[in-house]
Design a protein around this ligand. Sequence first.
Ligand SMILES: [Mg+2]
Length: 235
Amino acid sequence: MTGRKSAAAPRIASSLALVGLLATGCATAQGAEGTKSAEPAPNLSDLKQSIVAYHDSGRWDADIARADQRGQDYLARRLAQGVPKPAIVLDIDETGLSTYGYEVEHDFGYDAAAFDGYVLAREATGIAPTVDLVRFADSHGVAVFFITGRREGPEMRAASAQDLREEGYPEPDGLYLRPADDHDPSVVPYKSGARANIEQQGYQIILNVGDQDSDLTGGHAERAVKIPNPMYEVA
Ligand SMILES: [Mg+2]
């Protein structure tokens, strides 16, 4: 998806931040005579291995399940109070669908064209506890909206909708893809704007589920639920 290009910059930011951390560590160690870096920079290979271990141990899945359960508990409490036109919004990658397979194949590096190929081939897999949360919402009359940083385009829209369907999600009430001409360095204006648009349709957004702070900031939702994602950061 060419559209993910501008998302590439923020994603690379996490690598740059790491480089910055390394540089800072060096500066501290070398620049101030007689002082040692209080905390040595982590080793990149170790970090990657720790992510694989987090995945393979089942701890990641367990943490995701706990987060989704918190969301479902809150949703159930609010529904019991009676909400006229309730809705939930969710991010797609690392929230509704996992791209862990891509990340491992590419040694946790981001290549926009390869990533686009992966998602267009509908290789991203359903995140079971999030599927359960969305099914719960849907079966209780809650409108479901996905708001993704994937770039708008007919192929990407069709592949995203189809992959969600194949992985067990009910048909959503809306699917927002990031406009191709949105080059803001942050996805926050787009994502919070999409939520505002949903509210303008009369919905009350009870829950906003995402794996990035940028999915969750900017208001227009009662409660935010953060799905753990140690692999990358999107501004
Ligand atoms: Mg995401």
